[in-house]
Write a protein that binds this ligand. Structure first.
Ligand code: PEP
Ligand code: MN
Length: 266
């Protein structure tokens, strides 16, 4: 992969602004919230706690790609309404996944950043449309079995259509290891930081599938050079409607933030 838009040789490092938060600058960015938006009350309670803890961007899935298509697929348009209202109340930007080209316009009215999920990294018609948006920040998750170069080509494709506001998100890849849901590939993070211009954040929730591993892998990701983290959290993780097993509590989030603070002094 030589002299592509993602390559450091093609220009300076890219810093992506989401509301008034910069991803890829000097400070590490924390994104957190439930896997799925469940209700207004629940989302509001989670976002308020996260704001107090010092989280910078709220996440919540309104359209949910699931391992089984017969599982809960999200509150969809109602979920978008809830997310926007809650973001406004706690005064934090919000990120949510867009799965279908037909939903881009409506989702733009509700979210500050659009997430492309692992299952859609190869959806080139969707990537092309996101490229045409020019200024909207895009969070591009790595495909479940995508190589580093395939993932970078997907980012490149968005950029080649005019939108350079792309943040990569390492979320683990499928390997023969089945103790964890996926294998969190931190090699990719170190490689991106060395050779490419784009910010990269890490999702240790999908990367491990196990909430007890999330704090350690969060710190490991930051040590590998990640520009931030995206972590699934909930006020009542055991009752989270989706991805409960990998969802951490508010106390756990607070602990991760405290450990991050200590890293600054290393
Ligand atoms: C998610 O972020 O909730 C999600 C579905 O992630 P992924 O696309 O990485 O599986
Ligand atoms: Mn999830």
């Amino acid at each position: 992969m030589e002299n592509l838009l993602v390559d450091k040789k093609s220009g300076s490092n890219i810093c992506v602004k989401v509301g008034n938060i910069s991803i890829g600058g000097d400070s590490k960015v924390l994104i957190s919230g439930p896997c799925s938006v469940e209700s207004y009350e629940n989302m509001h309670a989670i976002a308020s706690e996260l704001k107090n803890i010092g989280i910078h961007i709220i996440r919540g899935g309104a359209f949910k790609p699931r391992t089984s298509p017969y599982d809960f697929q999200g509150l969809q348009y109602e979920g978008l309404e809830i997310l926007k209202a809650v973001g406004k109340e706690v005064q934090l930007p919000v990120v949510t996944e867009v799965m279908d080209v037909r939903d881009i316009d409506i989702t733009l009215q509700y979210a500050d950043m659009l997430q492309i999920g692992s299952r859609n990294m190869y959806n080139y018609s969707l990537l092309k449309e996101l490229g045409k948006l020019k200024t909207t920040p895009i969070l591009l998750k790595r495909g479940i079995s995508a190589t580093l170069s395939e993932w970078l080509y997907a980012a490149e494709y968005i950029m080649s259509h005019g939108n350079t506001n792309v943040v990569l998100c390492e979320r683990g890849i499928r390997t023969f290891e089945n103790y964890t849901r996926n294998t969190l590939d931190l090699n990719s993070v170190a490689a991106v930081k060395q050779k490419y211009r784009l910010p990269v954040i890490v999702d240790p929730s999908h990367g491990t599938g196990l909430r007890e591993l999330v704090p350690s892998m969060s710190i490991a990701a930051l040590c590998a050079g990640a520009d931030g983290l995206m972590i699934e959290s909930h006020i009542n993780p055991d009752n989270a409607v989706s991805d409960s097993r990998q969802t951490v509590s508010m106390d756990c989030m607070r602990g991760i933030v405290q450990k991050m603070e200590r890293l600054k002094n290393i």
